[in-house]
Design a protein around this ligand. Structure first.
Ligand code: FAD
Length: 322
């Protein structure tokens, strides 16, 4: 029986593991079989994670987080959680290859996935001109020509934000009207660096080592044309990875796991959640890491209170979130 099982190996999972391991909880972290390291494995330079003034490559940062978690006694398992039973006092975690584990508490840190356009070259040029995060990568596109794909609020927000850096920002949208709220549309329309390309779909991506342009197909006429670009920001949505807990944990309207206030407590006692899977708004490595700290401390207090049979000394209310 484990004290705590952490599911997910992004900044939230590894940071929770560092704290839990240093609290002598001997955590087991189930990292995923093929996607260990989380979203930062898909990028190159990370310049906004504190402590690395020269910047650091995403995969290197994640390797360091893993090393730090293991140094203090975290056991990292390269496997996928396929099933969860969270209902009882003892939680049951089933994996694809390594069998079943039991734990007194679980920290759920499975992150979220940006929706992709679905083209073969998208992954290859991720971090090499293609991005899903203006806050993360806008800075790399000073005086460049870029495009944002999407027609919702986040696409308008990204496009407007990116005009701080880029000399030109196209907004590519499949239809001739936007889904975005009126205020966000007005802001984008008023910005002279933004140009809308209506009824257009990105059907091809070009570039050897870095993005050089896209092929656009007119959704009405079917005509194709090339558009030269230095950067492409995909803003067509984001899906929290919650399928394992549907019907088991409460979710928010945005589809993230519901937690109580600033804590990591879900509606099930002993189950905590951290990182992008609870965050519809910020979704950054540093915010995910901070959220992992909260989850480890909440789990630690929960376990201490269980052991002593009294209210935990930090005064955290152990009742699950409603
Ligand atoms: C291309 C790109 C570039 C980015 N650049 C930056 C940047 O420069 N700076 C910044 O601050 N942020 C950046 N971000 C955002 C940042 O990566 C995320 O905010 C952060 O990784 C979220 O951390 P997390 O731990 O919540 O989840 P994730 O990093 O998504 O990690 C979740 C992990 O859980 C695993 N998992 C999911 N389901 C299971 C399961 N069933 N069993 C086992 N494991 C499972 C996943 O495989 C994954 O490894 C970028 C994101 C992308 C996509």
């Amino acid at each position: 029986m484990r004290n705590v099982i952490i599911i997910g190996s992004g900044p939230a999972g590894y940071t929770a593991a560092i704290y839990a391991a240093r609290a002598n909880l001997n955590p087991l972290l189930i990292a995923s079989s093929v996607q260990a390291g989380g979203e930062l494995m898909n990028t190159t330079e990370v310049e906004n994670f504190p402590g690395f003034p020269e910047g650091i490559q995403g995969p290197e940062l994640m390797a360091k987080m893993q090393e730090q978690a293991e140094k203090f006694g975290t056991e990292v398992l390269l496997d996928d959680v396929t099933e969860l039973d969270l209902s009882g006092d003892i939680k049951r975690v089933v994996t694809g290859y390594s069998g079943e584990f039991e734990a007194e508490s679980v920290i759920f840190a499975t992150g979220s996935a940006y929706r992709k356009i679905g083209l073969a070259d998208e992954e290859r040029l991720s971090g090499r001109g293609i991005s899903w995060c203006a806050t993360c990568d806008g800075f790399f596109f000073k005086e460049k020509t870029i495009a944002v794909v999407g027609g919702g609020d986040s696409a308008m927000e990204e496009a407007t934000f990116l005009t701080k850096f880029a000399s030109k920002v196209y907004v590519i949208h499949r239809r001739d009207t936007l889904r975005a709220s009126k205020i966000m549309q007005e802001r984008a329309h008023a910005n002279e660096k933004i140009e809308f390309i209506w009824n257009a779909e990105v059907t091809g991506i070009s570039g050897e080592n870095a993005l050089s342009g896209v092929t656009l197909t007119d959704t009405v006429t079917g005509e194709e044309r090339e558009l030269a670009l230095d950067g492409l920001f995909v803003a067509i949505g984001n899906d929290p990875r919650t399928h394992l807990v549907h019907g088991k944990l409460d979710l928010t309207e945005e589809g993230t796991i519901a937690v109580s206030g600033r804590s990591s407590k879900t509606n099930v006692a002993g189950v905590f959640a951290a990182g992008d899977v609870i965050d519809p708004t910020y979704r950054q490595a540093a915010t995910a890491a901070a959220s992992g700290v909260v989850a480890a401390l909440d789990a630690e207090h929960y376990l201490a209170a269980r052991e002593s049979g009294v209210q935990d000394p930090a005064g955290i209310d152990l009742a699950p979130a409603n």
